[in-house]
Design a protein around this ligand. Structure first.
Ligand code: H2B
Length: 96
Protein backbone atom coordinates (compact mmCIF):
# COMPACT_ATOMS: atom_id res chain seq x y z
CA UNK A 1 0.00 0.00 0.00
CA UNK A 2 1.48 3.40 -0.89
CA UNK A 3 2.32 5.65 2.01
CA UNK A 4 1.77 9.41 1.76
CA UNK A 5 4.80 11.65 1.87
CA UNK A 6 4.77 14.54 4.31
CA UNK A 7 3.95 17.92 2.82
CA UNK A 8 6.61 20.64 3.10
CA UNK A 9 4.78 22.23 6.03
CA UNK A 10 4.37 18.86 7.80
CA UNK A 11 8.12 18.27 7.32
CA UNK A 12 8.92 21.71 8.77
CA UNK A 13 6.64 21.04 11.75
CA UNK A 14 8.38 17.71 12.35
CA UNK A 15 11.82 19.34 12.33
CA UNK A 16 10.57 22.00 14.75
CA UNK A 17 9.23 19.28 17.09
CA UNK A 18 12.42 17.21 16.98
CA UNK A 19 15.42 19.29 18.01
CA UNK A 20 18.70 17.70 16.98
CA UNK A 21 17.23 16.15 13.84
CA UNK A 22 17.94 17.76 10.48
CA UNK A 23 16.97 17.17 6.89
CA UNK A 24 19.32 14.80 5.04
CA UNK A 25 21.30 16.08 2.06
CA UNK A 26 18.88 14.56 -0.46
CA UNK A 27 15.87 15.96 1.40
CA UNK A 28 14.32 12.48 1.66
CA UNK A 29 15.01 11.81 5.29
CA UNK A 30 15.87 13.20 8.68
CA UNK A 31 19.10 12.42 10.44
CA UNK A 32 20.69 12.73 13.84
CA UNK A 33 23.93 11.72 15.49
CA UNK A 34 23.82 10.26 19.01
CA UNK A 35 26.79 9.89 21.36
CA UNK A 36 26.88 7.63 24.39
CA UNK A 37 29.29 6.94 27.21
CA UNK A 38 30.67 3.84 25.53
CA UNK A 39 29.85 1.01 23.09
CA UNK A 40 27.73 -0.80 25.65
CA UNK A 41 25.43 2.19 26.05
CA UNK A 42 25.30 2.78 22.29
CA UNK A 43 24.44 -0.84 21.55
CA UNK A 44 21.81 -0.93 24.27
CA UNK A 45 20.14 2.06 22.61
CA UNK A 46 20.38 0.36 19.21
CA UNK A 47 18.76 -2.75 20.65
CA UNK A 48 15.81 -0.74 21.97
CA UNK A 49 15.42 0.97 18.59
CA UNK A 50 15.73 -2.35 16.74
CA UNK A 51 12.99 -4.00 18.80
CA UNK A 52 10.69 -1.02 18.21
CA UNK A 53 11.56 -1.06 14.48
CA UNK A 54 10.57 -4.72 14.18
CA UNK A 55 7.36 -4.16 16.13
CA UNK A 56 6.31 -1.23 13.94
CA UNK A 57 7.80 -2.60 10.68
CA UNK A 58 9.74 0.61 10.13
CA UNK A 59 13.51 0.37 10.02
CA UNK A 60 16.25 2.94 10.40
CA UNK A 61 19.25 3.45 8.16
CA UNK A 62 22.08 3.64 10.64
CA UNK A 63 25.71 3.16 11.46
CA UNK A 64 27.64 2.73 14.67
CA UNK A 65 31.26 3.40 15.56
CA UNK A 66 32.05 2.68 19.22
CA UNK A 67 29.92 5.19 21.19
CA UNK A 68 28.45 6.98 18.17
CA UNK A 69 25.22 6.08 16.37
CA UNK A 70 24.11 7.88 13.20
CA UNK A 71 20.50 7.40 12.19
CA UNK A 72 18.62 8.42 9.07
CA UNK A 73 14.87 7.96 8.96
CA UNK A 74 13.17 7.77 5.60
CA UNK A 75 10.28 5.77 4.19
CA UNK A 76 11.41 3.72 1.21
CA UNK A 77 7.82 2.83 0.32
CA UNK A 78 7.04 6.56 0.04
CA UNK A 79 10.28 7.73 -1.56
CA UNK A 80 10.75 10.26 1.22
CA UNK A 81 9.53 11.33 4.62
CA UNK A 82 6.24 10.02 5.97
CA UNK A 83 4.33 9.98 9.24
CA UNK A 84 6.17 6.73 10.03
CA UNK A 85 9.44 8.64 10.27
CA UNK A 86 7.84 11.24 12.50
CA UNK A 87 6.54 8.49 14.82
CA UNK A 88 9.91 6.74 14.84
CA UNK A 89 11.86 9.93 15.61
CA UNK A 90 9.57 10.63 18.55
CA UNK A 91 9.86 7.04 19.80
CA UNK A 92 13.66 7.18 19.54
CA UNK A 93 13.75 10.32 21.65
CA UNK A 94 11.97 8.34 24.39
CA UNK A 95 14.65 5.64 24.26
CA UNK A 96 17.60 7.85 25.15
N1 H2B B 1 11.33 0.75 6.76
C1 H2B B 1 11.50 1.94 6.19
N2 H2B B 1 12.34 2.84 6.74
N3 H2B B 1 10.83 2.27 5.08
C2 H2B B 1 9.98 1.44 4.49
O1 H2B B 1 9.40 1.78 3.47
C3 H2B B 1 9.79 0.16 5.09
C4 H2B B 1 10.54 -0.16 6.25
N4 H2B B 1 8.96 -0.71 4.57
N5 H2B B 1 10.43 -1.37 6.79
C5 H2B B 1 8.61 -1.94 5.22
C6 H2B B 1 9.71 -2.44 6.13
C7 H2B B 1 8.22 -2.93 4.13
O2 H2B B 1 9.30 -3.22 3.28
C8 H2B B 1 7.65 -4.21 4.68
C9 H2B B 1 7.34 -5.19 3.59
O3 H2B B 1 6.48 -3.91 5.38
Amino acid sequence: MPIARLTDSERDALLAECPGWSLSADGKGIEREFRFADFNAAFGFMTRVALHAEKTDHHPEWSNVYNRVNITLTTHDAGGLSARDAAMAKAIEEML
